[in-house]
Design a protein around this ligand. Sequence first.
Ligand code: FAD
Length: 473
Amino acid sequence: MLDAAKEIAHVLGEDAVSFDADVLEHHGHSDWSTSNSSERAVAVVYPRSTDDVVRIAQICHERRVPMVPFGAGSSVEGNFSQPHSGICIDFAYMDKVIAFHPDDMDVVVQPGVNWVDLNSRIAHAGLFAPLDPSPTATIGGMVSTNCSGTNAMRYGTMKDWVLNLTVVLADGTIIKTRRRPRKNSAGYNLTSLFVGAEGTLGIVTEVTLKLAPIPQDTSVAVVAFPSIGDAAAAASKLIRSGIQLAALEMMDEAQMRLLNQHGSETVRKRHWAEQPTLFLKFSGTTDAIKSDASRASSIIKPFSGGSKFHFARSKQDEHDLWAARKEALFTMVSTRPPGTEIWSTDVAVPVSRLPEIIELSKAECGQLGIFASVIGHVGDGNFHVAMLYDPSNAEQKQAVARCVHNMMDRALEMEGTVSGEHAIGIGKKECLVDELGEDTIELMRTLKLAMDPKWVMNPGKVFDLKTHAKREG
Ligand SMILES: Cc1cc2nc3c(=O)[nH]c(=O)nc-3n(C[C@H](O)[C@H](O)[C@H](O)COP(=O)(O)OP(=O)(O)OC[C@H]3O[C@@H](n4cnc5c(N)ncnc54)[C@H](O)[C@@H]3O)c2cc1C
């Protein structure tokens, strides 16, 4: 592995490779996740072009060295960890917008482009990319986890926005999955094969993204509920109402309490009711938003126990209300007691089962006697449970693990999924088998072996190589 890193340094230049222990640590561990590996890459390499990536792949393939792509490291299932060590490929210098086609409503970017940055660079043309995971995330990582975020209720997930990809395969071959039209039924949909593949099938070096028009207007409303069940039931009714909500988010009473105690200055401008709360985002024309808000308020009324439907009165008010939702995770992580770790996980179920699974999961994790909260993108049946636990307390850790596994089992019993948006990484491999069954995993394994016979592309993620007999050589 070290020889491979030295050869890469020889070919790409010494400054394209880092062996620094702090750099390796930063690229191998996430504070946001429980799914970490103790192994680290031997080096981090920094390509600047598709050709550089080809050289890296050729060297690693030849020497059978694992290659682990790295965007911003914001994924939370150990997706970028290096359980088999190897070379970590960081796209920090592949951060260029290659071509912007406002008339076609698309943009071609390198994988290291940050989505917030991209949106501010193209806003002048009235367009945006509507995926919103961690504000630090990059397009390459977002494609590879099939990410989404609060906007998914209205705009769907990453898979709906990728027109084509340029990918460097394990042996250094460059392929382009499709051309640029919005519509395309030519051949196998290889674009979708790579979206959500977590870098296990190839390295994405260019992405053409569809763009959406920035809505003429937006607004936000917030409403508190007597119980999590009432909030989930109201959410379920809203989803089925046909109102074109841009987002529908839920935070439980534990999260709301945290905002009152530790939220930013913006968030603490108001005192939040410490009750389960729904955040609604509207978008469209100003008149349509008013009418949608009024309908939403009537739908919610029977569930809210008389709580006020707080509709933003100004743009500042809208910003401040939404900031509470956007800052929630950061507030939780930055104020956690020393020594504790966060176990955060997401599942998604058909929307009619949402109230039931949220109530059951909340009740179970509420009994653990630790900070535990439900937060999520309930608008598309997706929610997260986050728990802060002491990793040195084996009993507590086991109880938290049991709680998480029970939630997964419950989601599967309801025909849901063990991962609505965080992908599988190392954290959910066993659950994926429960979800899809061995035969489906075996087909994935066959595809992976066809594309990466030496099993060097981000090994140890999504599923394991079961039979070594199948390996080449
Ligand atoms: C505060 C916070 C909020 C979040 N909110 C959301 C949310 O609302 N919705 C959501 O979906 N996620 C959310 N996430 C998770 C995370 O932001 C997403 O998973 C995101 O898509 C990861 O992007 P990244 O650039 O950080 O990728 P990384 O974490 O660096 O990598 C993710 C995966 O992609 C692979 N990869 C990276 N670049 C490439 C490439 N060029 N080619 C091939 N494979 C590659 C990596 O090997 C890894 O398997 C959140 C995380 C945090 C910390």
